[in-house]
Design a protein around this ligand. Sequence first.
Ligand code: ADP
Length: 163
Amino acid sequence: MRRGLCPGTFDPMTSGHLDIIERAAPLLDELVVGVAFSPDKGGGPLFTVDERVELITEATSHLSNVSVRPFDNLLVDFAHEVGATVIIKGLRAVTDFEREFQMAQLNYRLDSRVETMFIMAIPEYMYLSSSAVKEIALHGGSVQGLVPAHVIEALTDKLKESR
Ligand code: ADP
């Protein structure tokens, strides 16, 4: 049984995240999407962790071997908790490399039994990030195609709520 863990903040999930999950799932018996609380990232997440879990659960409902769980502890500890031996990460432009390289090295040092593997972003999603999506939506731009349809709805509601 090979179980993988795909961690992130997913605030909110984008088409880029979904693409990585859809490409990783067939390579594994099971894939757990780990949603980090990340209270400090970028001034705090827009969506609560439960909302982020719900949005990903809906987006991945067609993938029978994918489950979604929140986590607030060290990534390698969470990997053990869910029985995952491989961490799956998406890699966008070179700008991601330095940070991801550092995190992979540190996680390896913390526990060499958990391997980190990378899947390259497709060109279409290379420059797509949750923060860009929020920025566009906040200023009334269209995020059609950048996030799943139900995430557009959630974003619209959330931004109305926070005005
Ligand atoms: P963001 O950087 O958008 O806030 P997260 O912290 O939630 O995203 O990232 C979780 C994982 O998803 C990371 O490995 C990140 O590199 C990857 N990822 C984010 N956006 C994309 C994308 N557009 N294409 C491929 N991978 C991505």
